[in-house]
Design a protein around this ligand. Structure first.
Ligand code: ADP
Ligand code: MG
Length: 427
């Protein structure tokens, strides 16, 4: 009975070690790593578990050591793929060799067979859409592995095998199978949880979009009504030219507002990056500054650019333009009496930092806090969507926004993005 208890202890330690490693991995890291890093991390977690479980085996009757090394091996193969399976088998055999356990050749034989089995059933495990199927595949693997090990022991140590040994071996196999199934179950749960939290984030976004859509129609209808009214007034044949001009320009202004609401909204409603390309930031910022120059000149604003260190950024060109444009436009609009708009580009470590600063009216604390909320505007003709677009676009490009502002002094928007590598990898 004592031996069984020690076994349970070792069994729990083994499964918990894998579970702990995998949960941390799936919760915080999986999204951020590429395929190679994914395989490496799984090899690391399972490799450590294998070495750990082999270092603390349980000496059964007749001094036959037994441990749960097969659990991390199988789990590593199932989640890390063929390459991980091969490397983990090599680690296992290598460590067994180092430990100097006899009958290395027969172990080599058994684990080669197990590796073959794993490679063959891997696609089935990957394809299994529901947890139940995955558990079934894991069950089959575990039972086959246990049988193979038992057969090996029977072949090698026919003398040591007693009835008691067989009972223990069956018990251990059962424990191992339960451990394996538990691991698969917990890993799948952790994965599902991660997918779920992503879904929630998407839903939240969808909710914002639909709430805004409702108010958008309202916001667009106003300018349209205004335009309609002025067009009807224009029918009057007795209108003076001056009046006509006034009506027409007011109607055009209203239509412009409706148009800008729709442009801003569309940029926001579709922030998933579709045509991701590698942008040369200096080139793009130059284009943008040329683009806003007429608008700035009209407002007596001088645009200064200061590009210290160029960077590349993986992102969607149109949205990036729209984002910087919205900030620059706000800056210009914040300087009704003229001023300077500075656009800077710099690089700190692996981050590209873009700064857009104005010398305008600035904002108080409350205004800064409301920045980015839909329809927050202090302008008569404002839409209150510009900064919201800025925030969502920057977020979708994995960047961050910092705003520093002082009333009557000016505002500084600092955007920081992870810089892309030259090769053009987008993710
Ligand atoms: P809009 O420009 O249509 O008002 P935005 O979302 O672009 O909508 O901006 C929201 C509000 O944030 C503006 O009305 C303004 O009060 C404030 N704001 C944004 N940028 C600046 C800035 N550079 N200086 C001062 N106030 C700003
Ligand atoms: Mg704006």
């Amino acid at each position: 009975m004592d031996i069984l208890l020690t076994n349970i202890q070792s069994f729990l330690l083994n499964t918990l070690l894998i579970y702990f490693g995998f949960t941390i991995y799936f919760k915080f890291l999986e999204r951020k790593v590429n395929q190679i890093a994914h395989t490496l991390i799984i090899i690391l977690i399972c490799g450590i578990s294998i070495v750990f479980s082999m270092s603390f085996p349980i000496i059964l009757l007749n001094e036959i050591p037994i441990d749960f090394r097969q659990i991390p091996l199988i789990i590593g193969a199932l989640y890390g793929g063929r390459r991980a399976a091969c490397i983990l088998t090599a680690i296992l055999l290598g460590y067994r060799f180092v430990l100097g356990v006899p009958d290395f050749l027969s172990a080599l034989f058994v684990y080669s067979l197990l590796l073959l089995l794993l490679v063959v059933v891997l696609p089935f495990f990957k394809k299994a859409a529901v947890l139940k199927k995955k558990l079934w595949v894991a069950l089959c693997i575990s039972l086959t592995a246990a049988l193979a090990t038992l057969a090996l022991n029977l072949l090698l140590l026919p003398l040591a095998v007693t009835a008691a040994f067989v009972v223990f071996a069956v018990l251990i196999s059962a424990l191992q199978t339960i451990g394996l199934l538990l691991c698969v179950w917990m890993i799948e749960k952790a994965k599902k949880e991660m997918i779920l939290s992503e879904e929630i984030a998407k839903l939240e976004k969808l909710k914002t979009v639909s709430t805004i859509a409702a108010s958008i129609s309202h916001e667009v209808r106003n300018p349209l009504t205004v335009t309609k009214g002025f067009l009807q007034l224009l029918r009057d044949p007795q209108l003076s030219n001056q009046e006509k001009d006034y009506y027409i320009s007011t109607a055009v202004e209203a239509l412009n507002k409706a148009e800008s609401i729709i442009t801003d909204y569309l940029t926001f409603a579709k922030p998933s990056l579709e045509n991701v390309e590698v942008l040369d930031l200096q080139h793009e910022l130059m284009n943008i500054s040329h683009f806003v120059e007429p608008y700035a000149a009209m407002n007596d604003v001088e645009i200064k650019t200061n590009f210290q260190k160029n960077s590349l950024l993986a992102g969607e060109k149109e949205k990036f333009h729209q984002c910087i444009l919205n900030i620059a436009k706000n800056g210009i609009e914040a300087m009704p009496g003229g001023g300077t708009l500075t656009i800077e580009l710099n690089r700190f470590k692996d981050h590209a930092v873009i700064t857009v600063a104005d010398t305008g009216i600035g904002m108080n604390k409350e205004q800064i806090e409301r920045l980015g909320n839909p329809f927050f505007t202090t302008k008569d003709l404002g839409t209150g969507l510009g900064t919201m677009v800025v925030y969502s676009t920057v977020k979708s490009m994995r960047g961050s926004v910092q705003v520093k502002s002082e009333p009557a002094k000016g505002t500084r928007f600092v955007l920081s993005f992870p810089a892309a590598e030259q090769s053009g990898s987008a993710g």
